[in-house]
Design a protein around this ligand. Sequence first.
Ligand SMILES: [Ca+2]
Ligand SMILES: [Ca+2]
Length: 264
Amino acid sequence: MKKYISVMLALIFVFSFAATASARLVGDVNSDGSTNSTDALLILQHSVGKEADINEKYADVNADGAVNSSDALVVLQISVGSYKGDLEVEDEIKTSFKKDVVDPIISSGTFTLKTQTTVDGEVAVATTMLRDKDLCIETTAKGITVRVLTLSSKTYLVIPDFIMPGVGVYMKYDQQINPTIGDASGARYVKSENVTVDGEELVCETYELDDGTVSKYYFKEGKWVMLSVTENGETTTQKVLEIKKGVDDSKFSLKGLVDISSKK
Ligand SMILES: [Ca+2]
Ligand SMILES: [Ca+2]
């Protein structure tokens, strides 16, 4: 069964970033930043079989499937300001990075996902490990490492270096923690687009669940670098530092830890 992780938890915080979709000018077939008679001429030359240095994908300006004088006419209308349609369009691209890069690891059911957020200017790193139905989320913030562990549906809070380095404690945690790990087969592909995030060119794939949850997967050169999940109007964004199959089994053990659950 495919598993879907829409992260995460009160431990994980939100940071904001600026993402802009890249747009292009309609009819700018030579990509020089303006739509003018040069573009119209290039389209005409191309349409009569002459070699023209154009982006063919953009040359079908009226999107009727053919490149011909009708497209050149539209470009001329744009250049003289008499065109009524959109002058800029989103540069849409189809990819399947999520399917190829992310899904095989997530659906394996045993994986490690290392993410990073920034809280009040401080970097917080979280490592999420799923081992079948058990989950471990380890965060280090301000030098303190904390682990939230679920083992056979019981939740524990572990502070591994509480007493001294290597000597830790744990307590049973009454509060039910529900990281959203569910069936992702209902996630519907919405679109892919080129976006610029903090000056970096990324590919963004958007997926939506029936309950309205929107997940955006960002990739740089095929590598998964960021995830943002919007649920009930709240967006959580995390940088992805690492994703791989397998977990560190020692993180799922309470062995050697002092149980302080009963002490109030
Ligand atoms: Ca041009
Ligand atoms: Ca056309």
